[in-house]
Design a protein around this ligand. Structure first.
Ligand SMILES: Cc1ncc(C[n+]2csc(CCOP(=O)(O)OP(=O)(O)O)c2C)c(N)n1
Ligand SMILES: [Mg+2]
Length: 379
């Protein structure tokens, strides 16, 4: 065992499928969620697998586009597909998600067109999608900040009388996504306090990918995020973030509880960032290669495929068909990215404040005059 073992989530971790795709026996940790998994059909498994593969492909394309100079930056989710697909699929249409910047898989499950995720990283817009179209908020780069947005929104949902009515189309829950690093932020801790005392319909979903850029878990906390939830006054669950069935089941249970008026839950998805923090980072400078090798064995797609093959949920032609669909999706995203029009640079000032602001107007005028000076010079 390494001095700080970041490969073992311990006995509390909810898990249904092992690294080779074998369905695990019932344990004390997974028993409360077993029914949800047992109720799933072959069709559910195939559809989940499709999401995992297509999300990985969206991510790979984002990475490639950055390397080819089409994007300024790309934060890869490689290795975290199951955490995000499991969580995203457990949400209902009326629920609302507040992501960080790496939640491409949740965006996919919410129905945000993947090409729309690229604009902010190409620098042609400040977001690229309408938050309210799919109840998926814009990406938040300020670490932990979206925890407060989500808590405020959840408290609003409560005041709108959309919790605990028993109507499955009306009752609403909110999901707040952050990373392990986010748990050290003031915003995160304030959000947990408010969510707790107001019994807000909220699921905090912490993707513990073991690293906050170059900071490992052991420099971030002594008590893992799922155990800290109890101190705030609500339950915390650690789930195997590379086991899509487990993540789906745990998230579904937490969302159902939130919608029913039972208050918040914190889910810690124990996973691993297989790539670099972003395309601007080089993890070989701080991370031992042996760690990556161990986590490669826990790959979420390999695991789900193994499970499906063992259970006979799909045949070879299904897997081929999904790979072909991924190729088509990648080509579509690439084309959409290359065809994105450059914006009028003056529009960058437009949504700084909801209303006109004298300082912004002055800056806009100055910048506008600067741009016009090029036109006068015949450019
Ligand atoms: C308030 C704030 N401080 C610092 C940063 C710089 N920063 C960007 S990502 C990051 C690490 C976040 O780690 P984690 O929450 O574990 O998420 P991950 O990137 O691993 O998914 C930091 C410190 C920031 N964006 N916002
Ligand atoms: Mg992290």
């Amino acid at each position: 065992m390494m001095e700080h073992d970041i490969t073992d989530g311990g006995p509390d971790m909810v898990q249904f499928v092992d690294g080779d795709g074998n369905r695990l026996e019932t344990t004390e940790a997974n028993a409360p969620y077993a029914k949800i998994v047992e109720d799933m059909t072959s069709e559910d498994a195939r559809s989940m697998y499709r999401d995992l593969v297509l999300v990985r492909r969206v991510d790979a394309e984002g990475f490639a586009l950055q390397r080819q100079g089409e994007l300024g930056l790309w934060p890869s989710l490689l290795g975290q597909e199951a955490a995000q697909v499991g969580a995203g699929r457990a949400m209902r249409p009326q629920d609302y998600a507040f992501p960080g910047y790496r939640e491409h898989g949740v965006a996919w499950c919410r129905g945000v067109p993947p090409e729309n995720l690229l604009g902010i990283f190409r620098g042609v817009n400040h977001g690229g999608w309408d938050s309210n179209a799919n109840n998926f908020h814009l990406y938040t780069i300020v670490i932990g900040n979206q925890m407060l947005h989500a808590t405020g929104y959840a408290m609003g949902v409560q005041r709108d009388g959309k919790v605990g009515t028993g109507d499955p189309d009306r009752d609403t829950a909110v999901m707040a996504f952050t990373g392990d690093g986010g748990t050290a932020q003031g915003d995160y801790n304030e959000a947990l306090v408010f969510a707790s005392v107001s019994n807000a319909p909220l699921v905090f979903f912490v993707q513990n990918n073991q690293w906050a850029i170059s900071e490992p878990n052991y420099k971030q906390f002594r008590i893992p995020p799922y155990l800290r939830a109890r101190g705030f006054g609500f339950p915390g669950v650690r789930v195997d973030g590379n086991d899509v069935l487990a993540v789906y089941a745990v998230t579904k249970a937490a969302l159902d509880a939130a919608r029913a008026g039972q208050g918040p839950t914190l889910i810690e998805a124990f996973t691993y960032r297989m790539g670099a923090h972003t395309t601007s980072d080089d993890p070989t400078k701080y991370r031992p290669a042996a760690e990556l090798d161990i986590w490669k064995e826990k790959d979420p797609i390999k695991r789900m495929r193994g499970f499906m093959e063992t259970k006979g949920h799909a045949d070879a032609s299904f897997f081929e068909q999904i790979d072909a669909e991924a190729d088509e999706l990648a080509a579509r995203i690439r084309k959409a990215c290359q065809e994105m029009p450059d914006p009028d640079l003056r529009t960058m000032f437009d949504h700084t404040y909801a209303e006109e602001h004298p300082v912004i107007e002055a800056e806009k005028a100055e910048f506008s005059a600067y741009l016009d000076s090029f036109e006068e010079a015949g450019r």
